[in-house]
Design a protein around this ligand. Structure first.
Ligand SMILES: Cc1cc2nc3c(=O)[nH]c(=O)nc-3n(C[C@H](O)[C@H](O)[C@H](O)COP(=O)(O)OP(=O)(O)OC[C@H]3O[C@@H](n4cnc5c(N)ncnc54)[C@H](O)[C@@H]3O)c2cc1C
Length: 387
């Protein structure tokens, strides 16, 4: 389908696809098997300027939007969702700075991220998953320094990133208004890394703990003002969730292509299995749902980039629908491969494992449905008050 991409957008899409096929494809199975971080691949991405896409031009970026970022993420995820996750998580870490950073903070950190130093975004703790309000990490102002104590868990790019956006409580008595965001650098005193997780899927991506033990930060590492932590987190997710949708679209596209190819060559009962209507119908449903997911992600990303104000509902839709599609399409791809699909010799086994995370991180799909439901409730409340 033609999404009327500009020449620049087509170039970004082609570049990301080329890197994915030439550099990522040959190593994806090995990285997954060894649970090895794709450090060299990130260097290729940096050389190709892919980390610059949605960093503003004033800070060595290209000043493009979430849509262009989604185009690149989709192409990488078509080949490896773990590598796409590593790349996308750096952008997620940059968003609090892009959206709320001071001029000095942006000047210092954004050119580094644009050049390929990895970022990370740290909210989750053992007591705070879907209920982000359960965070316990504290930040106490002592003179001209903040002192952080606490542990973040399951942070993508933990230990590999150089720049971390971290939310902590500055005033626990104020509930959700008592949280604030900070920039923490790898190497800051009192900042270390704990357990690295062993995962079901996206196994080359690094997921681990951040430990703050009297971690002392200069006061100017506070992003924006004290008390805005959850607003910054929600605004970040509004921007980033179509990116998870783009990971899902790419992954599902990769699985669809693998399934069509296999169905054309696998012969049973004297015919390629694609000649059986049952297989054709599965492929037809897979193709239609991938295209629907892509159309939603592209429309949502373009809508958000237009500067629209009320984007939470659309952003949640652009995460929940594509990720459910990716789970279904990758599962069906394994089914079409039969027993071979269950073997690590074929890529669809990894794709099915990788798909599951897309229904979980950046807010589970239950939480996305809560967001959509609450927004519908608000919208219809406003309409009925106007009548
Ligand atoms: C590989 C990986 C990478 C991650 N990367 C990051 C990262 O970079 N940064 C970061 O901050 N976090 C990260 N996370 C954390 C992730 O965002 C959380 O796991 C996710 O938000 C869900 O929280 P939880 O796992 O604690 O589940 P829980 O909140 O314990 O939920 C358990 C179940 O209950 C359901 N549930 C909970 N509350 C409700 C409700 N109100 N209504 C309906 N259902 C509900 C959930 O949908 C889920 O099915 C990562 C997680 C993983 C696994």
């Amino acid at each position: 389908m033609d999404y009327f991409l500009t020449e620049d957008q087509l170039m970004i899409q082609d570049l990301a696809r080329q890197i994915a096929e030439e550099k990522v494809l040959p190593v994806r199975a090995e990285l997954d098997e060894k649970e090895e971080f794709p450090r060299d691949l990130m260097k290729h991405f940096a050389e190709a300027d892919l980390f610059r896409l949605n960093i503003p031009e004033a800070y060595d970026g290209m000043g493009l939007g979430g849509f262009e970022q989604a185009l690149a993420v989709e192409q990488v995820s078509r080949v490896c969702c773990g590598v796409a996750c590593t790349y996308a998580a750096s952008g997620l870490g940059a968003y609090p700075l892009v959206l709320f950073g001071s001029e000095d903070q942006k000047k210092k950190y954004l050119p580094q991220i644009a050049a390929g130093k990895l970022g990370a975004f740290a909210l989750t703790e053992s007591t705070a998953g879907s209920d982000a309000g359960g965070i316990q990490t504290r930040a106490v102002l002592e003179g001209d320094e903040y002192v952080l104590n606490g542990t973040k868990q399951w942070i993508t790019n933990a230990g590999e990133a150089e720049i971390y956006s971290v939310i902590a409580l500055t005033d626990p008595s104020r509930g959700p208004r008592g949280a604030s965001f900070f920039i923490v650098e790898k190497g800051d005193p009192g900042f270390s890394f704990g357990k690295r997780e062993k995962k079901m899927g996206i196994r080359c991506s690094a997921t681990g703990e951040l430990i703050f033990n009297n971690c002392r930060l200069p006061a100017d590492r506070l992003i924006s003002k004290e008390g805005l932590g959850f607003i910054i987190a929600m605004r970040t997710f509004d921007k980033s969730r179509p990116g998870v949708g783009a990971q899902a679209v790419g992954l599902a596209q990769g699985a669809l292509e693998a399934a069509v190819e296999y169905a054309r060559t696998r012969v049973q009962f004297g015919h390629p299995i694609i000649s059986f209507q049952a297989i054709q119908h599965m492929l037809a449903d897979m193709a239609a749902s991938v295209e629907a997911a892509r159309a939603l992600v592209y429309a949502a990303a373009r809508f958000i980039d237009s500067g629209a104000k009320e984007v939470s509902k659309v952003s949640a839709m652009a995460k929940v629908f594509p990720s459910d599609v990716a789970m279904k399409v990758t599962t069906d791809a394994v089914q079409i491969f039969g027993g071979s699909g269950y073997m690590r010799d074929y890529p669809v086994e990894k794709m099915m494992r990788d798909a599951k995370i897309l229904q979980i991180y950046e807010g589970t799909n239950q939480i996305q449905r809560n967001v959509i439901g609450q927004e519908l409730h608000k919208e219809f409340g406003r309409r009925s008050r106007k009548k």
